[in-house]
Design a protein around this ligand. Structure first.
Ligand code: GTP
Ligand code: MG
Length: 195
């Protein structure tokens, strides 16, 4: 799939703020600081489209980006950031779940994990949740430039085992720095859009 146009559409905190649901959507979810916004920028090859930051908790809203006038990429707020008050955590959780559970035009969800780390309890919970709601999903291991091939081979089995990854779900090594995994992930997204 070739991406020829990408534009920021809108930010939202609740369904009232979502754009009209007339285009299919692909969502990106994962821990705070895992690299969701960087991944979106790399997919569309536009550095500043989604705001990135080394400070966790940067994306505090649901951000919608229109791609090729054909579909929408959705950057969800990161979960698991310890240094925010409980009430803010609860609000983010509701925002993420409310979106994933009720969005009729949602066609697929990419669950992002840091390739260097064992999936956390929240990552596992999110993965189970996606399975429970039967959402088409892929697991994307970010920051793959930080591991050697050998280390990645090991981490791959740790991630598969920890999640009990189902055979229908791809595990893709991705790097926003090098572009590794970009074509593979775009192929998965293309399949979701055509399903
Ligand atoms: P929140 O919006 O806070 O949930 O974070 P996010 O998941 O959107 O992460 P973001 O894309 O802002 O990236 C967080 C940090 O990780 C930034 O410092 C990025 O430069 C860095 N980063 C993201 N992707 C990669 C990658 O593929 N390789 C390397 N080396 N660093 C990355
Ligand atoms: Mg972000």
């Amino acid at each position: 799939m070739k991406i020829v146009a990408a534009e920021f559409l809108t930010s939202a905190v609740n369904p009232g703020g979502y754009p009209p649901g007339d285009l299919p959507e692909i969502a990106f979810v994962g821990r705070s600081n895992v690299g969701k916004s960087s991944l979106i920028n790399r997919l569309v090859n536009r550095k500043g489209l989604a705001r990135t930051s080394s400070t966790p908790g940067r994306t505090q809203l649901i951000n919608f980006f229109k791609i090729n006038d054909r579909f929408i990429m959705v950057d969800l707020p990161g979960y698991g950031y310890a240094r925010v008050p409980e009430e803010v955590k609860a609000r983010w959780g509701k925002m993420i779940e409310g979106y994933l559970k009720n969005r009729e035009n949602l066609r697929g969800v990419c669950l992002l994990l840091d390739c260097r780390h064992t999936p956390t309890a929240q990552d596992i919970q999110m993965y189970r949740w996606l399975q429970y709601y039967r959402l088409p999903a892929a697991v994307v291991a970010t920051k793959a430039d930080k591991l050697s091939n050998n280390q990645w081979a090991k981490q791959q089995s740790v991630i598969k085992k920890t999640l009990s990854l189902a055979p229908e779900h791809s595990l893709i090594a991705f790097s926003a720095e090098t572009g590794r995994g970009r074509d593979e992930l775009l192929d998965v997204i293309k399949d979701w859009l055509q399903a």
